[in-house]
Design a protein around this ligand. Structure first.
Ligand code: G1P
Ligand code: ZN
Length: 543
């Protein structure tokens, strides 16, 4: 086996976004594209020499080929060991757990999360740090700089490593350890939750449907929910991972997991339903006749986590990304917990978790997690809900209704405008940015503007500043509108408009969300001129 140095040159556009480098699969398959970026990862972290890494992905198209390249480049870079999930599979939270548990120097996760997979769809790669969390901006910036300066990469000439068998083999001087992707993760879940109580819940006839959306959580959900906890066989739907996610869009929201929403709204509704995304870090929570918004889910979990063994001693604090609704803030205020508002992207929670400032955190984009790993965790959220339902004896609808009565309700929706011409999206953002100063004091259907700014975050742990994190407009009614451009899109620009209204009148809290948010939607258009500038008449996706 020979180590070779391949001459290459910089490829434009290899800048990691909200969650690593995401591009069309065919872009990643271009000569040198993946190799350049992997070399830039090594260069960005001070080399691979003597290090141990975890590598795995969500099984999407090109996952298997990319892993073989990464293994050969890790070996050429002098890494001492790579731990890989069997068949190259690891959910993102399971990878985060392995990185931490095995005290490695980090890991590479291959996924484009909830984006579709396939030759004509999306692929992605990101580096996670030894704490198990996504690389922070200073590290991803170093990687980006390395992509611009690259002149060569090192790779071993070798046959593919057999990733189908558990055990350790070698690749040149480097060990390759193939592990069961589920085992360590399942053990962690068993430590956090009262599996006995959840087992009893199922034994009493409680029904569940978990839609794995043909993505990576299938094997995890089958082993834990059906295997260990005794949910009836068939409770896990679409449980076999496929490279193109069965041709679907593995995003657990009411649009892409519509059949599941239809099921819970119909006569054969199970007691509880949930879905996860391509790489297993997102979740959607449903009950009989009810959809729980991710922002509400975070708030309900924060208010009830003490009922669960892993969180029985209480929460250190909570955090949410800026566009996430303020529902969890109200829980924090009532319970005397500190509450942090961070920019979009899980990486911003890392320092707060590492520093012990927060225990739970979440994003409106169906991400919820805790200090057990350094990624959001879809199946964990499902188990936390199940444990709370078992401990409280309440249904999802009862728990949610009681929550709104106690804390008030933050009605919430997000409108996405996809593949907008970048120039138009930027023009719209510039227009709002330019009017921020004059908005305060003006009155709109959503109320009088009390605050309007471009969000910037000062990390309280390392003092770093992240500017330009979205435009927010706050109203005296408790309503809020936020405008942001996506950092994960792969085509043109995606405009996200986040819309929120607050209500604490016990009668009005049961209103239809679209009615409760009508004024806020009208206000967002008045402030942004989105329709006129982009030519769009309505959002592509509403969640
Ligand atoms: C989106 C979500 C964000 C999430 C990220 C990765 O990023 O909005 O909350 O952390 O995906 O899953 P965006 O495309 O908005 O930059
Ligand atoms: Zn994901």
């Amino acid at each position: 086996m020979e180590k070779i140095r391949v001459e290459t040159s910089a490829i434009a556009g290899q800048k990691p976004g909200t969650s690593g480098l995401r591009k069309k699969t065919k872009v990643f398959m271009q000569p040198h594209y993946l190799e350049n970026f992997v070399q830039a990862i090594w260069n960005g972290i001070g080399g691979a020499e003597g290090k141990t890494f975890v590598v795995g992905g969500d099984g999407r198209y090109f996952n298997d080929r990319a892993i073989q390249v990464i293994l050969r480049m890790a070996a050429a870079g002098g890494a001492s060991k790579v731990i890989v999930g069997q068949d190259g599979l690891l959910s993102t939270p399971a990878a985060s757990n392995l990185i931490r548990k095995r005290k490695t120097d980090g890991g590479i996760i291959l996924s484009a999360s909830h984006n579709p997979g396939g030759l004509d769809e999306d692929f992605g790669i990101k580096f996670n740090m030894p704490n198990g969390g996504p690389a922070p901006e200073d590290v991803t910036n170093r990687m980006f700089e390395a992509t611009k300066a690259i002149a060569s990469y090192d790779i071993l000439e070798a046959q593919d490593v057999d990733l189908s068998k558990i055990g350790t083999t070698s690749l040149g001087e480097m060990d390759v350890e193939v592990v069961d992707p589920v085992a360590d993760y399942a053990a962690l879940m068993e430590k956090l939750f009262d599996f006995g109580a959840i087992r009893e819940l199922f034994a009493r006839g409680f029904t569940l449907r978990f839609d794995a959306m043909h993505a990576v959580t299938g094997p995890y959900a089958k082993a834990i929910l059906e295997g260990t906890l005794g949910a009836s066989p068939g409770s896990v739907l679409n449980g076999v991972p496929s490279p193109d996610f069965g041709g679907g869009h593995p995003d657990p929201n009411p649009i892409w997991a519509k059949p599941l929403v239809d099921l819970v709204m119909g006569p054969d509704a199970p007691d509880f339903a949930a879905a996860s995304d391509g790489d297993g870090d997102r979740n959607m929570i449903l009950g009989k006749g009810v959809y729980v918004t991710p922002s509400d889910s975070l708030a309900v979990l924060a208010a009830n986590a003490h009922l669960v063994p892993g969180y029985a001693k209480g929460l250190a604090g909570v955090a949410r990304s800026m566009p996430t609704s303020g529902a969890v803030d109200r829980v924090a205020q009532a319970r005397g917990l500190s509450c942090y508002e961070t920019p979009t992207g899980w990486k911003f929670f890392g320092n707060l978790l590492d520093d012990g400032r927060i225990t739970l955190c979440g994003e409106e984009s169906a991400g919820t997690g805790s200090d057990h790993v350094r990624e959001k965790d879809g199946l964990w959220a499902v188990l936390l809900w199940l444990n709370i339902l078992a401990a409280s004896g309440k249904s999802v609808a009862e728990l949610l209704g009681a929550h709104w009565q106690e804390f008030g309700r933050n009605f919430y929706t997000r409108h996405d405008y996809e593949a907008v011409e970048s120039a138009k999206a930027n023009a719209m953002m510039d227009g709002i940015r330019g009017s921020l100063d004059t908005l305060v004091g003006q009155t709109f259907p959503a109320g009088g503007v009390t605050m309007a700014d471009e969000f910037a975050y000062d990390d309280p742990v390392d003092g770093s500043r992240s500017a330009g994190q979205g435009l927010r407009v706050q109203f005296d009614s408790g309503a809020r509108v936020v405008f942001r451009l996506s950092g994960t899109g792969t085509e043109g620009a995606t405009i996200r408009v986040y819309l929120e209204a607050f209500e604490n009148d016990p009668v009005k809290i049961n209103a239809d969300p679209s009615e409760a948010l009508a004024d806020v939607i009208e206000t967002a258009e008045a402030i942004s001129n989105l329709k006129a500038i982009t030519g769009r008449t309505g959002p592509d996706v509403t969640t």
